[in-house]
Design a protein around this ligand. Structure first.
Ligand SMILES: *Cc1c(COP(=O)(O)O)cnc(C)c1O
Length: 438
């Protein structure tokens, strides 16, 4: 009797690559990733951890469950609508379809009627101007930070940017808007104090060396008590008199006022009050893709668009497509979540609580992403033991809950109705895995 070394029974790479299921997965995953999976499972078989005759099956199974990228879709049960760690605004179905349609060759910079080159993203610009008629012209760049860098570079490089000390903010992950502006070669001329800045502070600071006045919406914190900031119309009169551009960084991306967020500034109001240039993000309250929106006078937008830096921060075709669809299409998820009907939210929360045997507690959602700081969005949450949070994060689908006061809270505000059943199943599995259920 001769013993065959079981390792000789491990299927060879070319045999595995030729399996119909593996050939089919090549379109989606590519050769390199498939070979990595094959090598890993062959190694396991060599170490005796996997019977050789099961290698083929294991390869097919593993490829079937290998996602195209390492990003995991997450159900956002935090109640925070614009969650930066979760990629901010989820796109509307219309925007998703627009992105898919733009992935191939598209006429992003071509006039099909004449065959000549056209202005890049002209349709997106038109959509922006229709949504914000107070602007004479618009330009879309990569993100809000890029818009601010472009504006300060074009208007104030080697000159001064006048800014109130009450508006020198850090926007997250250690990034400070002031450092960003200073990196362009503009000099910051800080005026006023943290809590109070007056019109005469601006008037004293503006001189021949002023490139622009920047007014930043302090979007992620609030100063209360003995405070004073200069209203835009007053600043507008001063800037016009001194012939200095007035740039307003709104952050949040509201194009028009939202009655639910009375303190949140919007582009239409800022332009009407005399801003020459307004800067906002596309993926905050606007509910679109990552983008930086510049809205303002034809003269300033033209100057920015012609600046060499504009080419380095230009928006890609996928963002332009998603932004246009967000502006002209159905109400985006961010707006729906913000204006969620309380009774409907109540019914859904009760249903989840009953299905998993957990209590309902009052819970305030938030705008997040540096918008409407301190403004609660009253709602509800299902309360689970704290240990459920980790099991939920690591489950499939991954669920991000809010951990607060020793509990794991599930707020349904930012979960689409269509995902309620998946969420219920995920919660049941999480509770079973932490042993509160058998
Ligand atoms: C968020 C924010 C930015 C940065 O915008 P991004 O799109 O994240 O680059 C700039 N200014 C303010 C006031 C903001 O709130």
């Amino acid at each position: 009797m001769t013993d065959v070394d079981p390792r000789r029974l491990i299927p060879r790479t070319d045999h595995l690559m030729a399996l119909p299921e593996v050939a089919a997965a090549r379109e989606r995953l590519g050769d390199t990733r498939i070979r990595t999976v094959i090598r890993d499972l062959q190694d396991r078989a060599r170490r005796g951890e996997l019977p050789p005759e099961q290698v083929s099956r294991a390869v097919v199974d593993r490829l079937g469950s290998t996602p195209s990228t390492s990003l995991h879709p997450v159900l956002n049960a935090t109640g925070v609508i614009v969650h930066t760690n979760l990629g901010r605004a989820p796109l509307s179905e219309a925007a998703v379809a627009a992105v898919a349609a733009a992935t191939g060759y598209v006429d992003v910079e071509l006039d099909l009627a004449t065959g000549a080159r056209s202005r890049r993203g002209a349709a997106t610009r038109d959509a922006l101007l229709r949504s914000c008629p107070a602007a004479q012209d618009a330009l879309v760049v990569n993100n809000g930070a890029a818009a601010l860098v472009l504006a300060t570079t074009a208007l104030a490089r080697d000159r001064e940017v006048v800014i109130s000390r009450g508006e020198m903010i850090e926007i997250g992950a250690g990034f400070r808007l002031t450092d960003l502006m200073a990196s362009t070669g503009a000099r910051l001329r800080e005026i006023g104090t943290t809590n109070r800045t007056h019109l005469h502070d601006y008037a004293d600071a503006i001189d021949d060396d002023t490139g622009c006045v920047v007014k930043v919406h302090p979007s992620n914190f609030r100063v209360e008590g003995f405070t004073s900031a200069v209203p835009l119309p007053d600043l507008h009169h001063l800037c016009r008199e001194r012939r200095v551009p007035l740039v307003v960084d709104l952050g949040s991306g509201l194009l028009a006022p939202d009655p639910l967020l009375p303190d949140e500034p919007d582009a239409a109001t800022a332009l009407a009050a005399g801003a020459d240039l307004v800067i906002a993000s596309g993926d905050k309250l606007l509910g679109g893709p990552q983008a930086g929106l510049l809205l303002g006078t034809a003269e300033l937008i033209g100057r920015l668009a012609r600046h060499p830096l504009a080419r380095a921060v230009r928006a890609d075709k996928l963002a332009l497509a998603a932004l246009e669809a967000t502006l002209i299409g159905p109400i985006p998820p961010v707006t729906r979540f913000l204006h969620a009907d309380p009774e409907h939210l109540h019914r859904r929360t009760d249903r989840l609580a009953a299905a998993v045997g957990a209590p309902v507690v009052p819970h305030d959602g938030r705008v997040g992403g540096g918008g409407a700081p301190g403004v609660p969005l009253p709602g509800l949450a299902v309360r689970l033991p704290e240990a459920a949070a980790k099991a939920l994060r690591l489950g499939d689908p991954a669920v991000l809950a809010r951990v607060h006061d020793g509990a794991c809270l599930l707020d349904l505000r930012c979960i689409p109705d269509a995902d309620d059943d998946r969420l219920t199943d995920a919660v049941q599995r999480a509770l079973t895995s932490i042993g509160t259920r058998d």
